[in-house]
Design a protein around this ligand. Sequence first.
Ligand SMILES: NC(=O)c1ccc[n+]([C@@H]2O[C@H](COP(=O)([O-])OP(=O)(O)OC[C@H]3O[C@@H](n4cnc5c(N)ncnc54)[C@H](OP(=O)(O)O)[C@@H]3O)[C@@H](O)[C@H]2O)c1
Length: 318
Amino acid sequence: MASIILKRTNHKMPLVGLGLWKIRNSHCADMVYNAIKVGYRLFDGAADYGNEKEAGEGVRRALEEGIVKREELFITSKLWNTNHAHDHAKAAAKMQLELWGLDYFDLYLVHFPVALAYVDPKHRYPPEWWGDDKKSVNLQNTPFQETWGAMEELVDEGLAKNIGVSNVGGVLLVDILSYARIEPQVLQVELHPYLTQQPLLNLAKTLGIAVTAYSSFGPQSYVELGFKVDAKPLFEQDPIVKAAITRKKEPAQILLRWATQKGIAVIPKTNNPSRLLTNLDCTSFDLTEAEIQFISGLNINFRLNNPADIDPRLAIFA
Ligand SMILES: NC(=O)c1ccc[n+]([C@@H]2O[C@H](COP(=O)([O-])OP(=O)(O)OC[C@H]3O[C@@H](n4cnc5c(N)ncnc54)[C@H](OP(=O)(O)O)[C@@H]3O)[C@@H](O)[C@H]2O)c1
């Protein structure tokens, strides 16, 4: 499987994985198990997705049947915003490992550079963005340096092999490097032809940080959530449709290849078992440079996943 070599550990991070956000709990174990059977090795989970236990069941079944060995898998999870304080971060990672039934994560990411008031998991899990009234967002004054220190200790203790950040821009990335004992190895961000993020990609490349794209299909994921998205589906955009017809591939595969051909990892999510193989097959063909440019020309800096839509004080991309 095509992969990216991560700095510091030289671990291979698969270029294609399965995103677990919105994978229904009722069939998450089966999806993960079936995905492993058809060749997926990377799973992108998070506390916030509420399906870590079920995902772990799928992994366990595949391990018990000898379909894969643990060291062949690359399990990613993320620290939620309510656990940014040092001790909470450590405890959260340990609890998430228990949910998955794992001894270590291959990659653990800080989900958002946003610290929210702690929520005891016994009280509510996943904690989500809002307080008990389901309306107010309660900020907490935890500097990112404290959170990153806890992430580094997870590496020291062997609980996370690699660590990184998500939804972080250049300013914070550069700041983290000023105090990091262990530098972030992966940056996971929203990235698709409507939001190409070229300056951020350039910075990550300069710093040797691997990039994972999320929401590769652009609006699709948010339409699924019931949001009205004011943009044409990427699947219907000319440069993508044309490349798909020429290659006898699906538009989804073209979108994934547009990223993977640039060395960016992708983690498409599907609840549809028949799409698992389609999405995995996005490194077996090449686009021409002209096609890549044509697709990149769709950029309108259109961000779909923005915490500022939840609360204006969370305008981390402003
Ligand atoms: N770090 C972060 O803050 C963050 C934020 C968002 C996402 N993520 C991660 O990135 C992963 C992927 O992003 P995403 O879930 O937002 O969206 P996505 O993978 O871009 O899109 C998922 C949507 O596309 C559909 N789809 C999947 N394969 C398809 C295909 N071959 N043809 C047509 N439609 C297809 C899915 O429907 P079906 O399910 O019906 O197939 C679903 O509606 C997430 O699952 C999560 O792991 C991380």
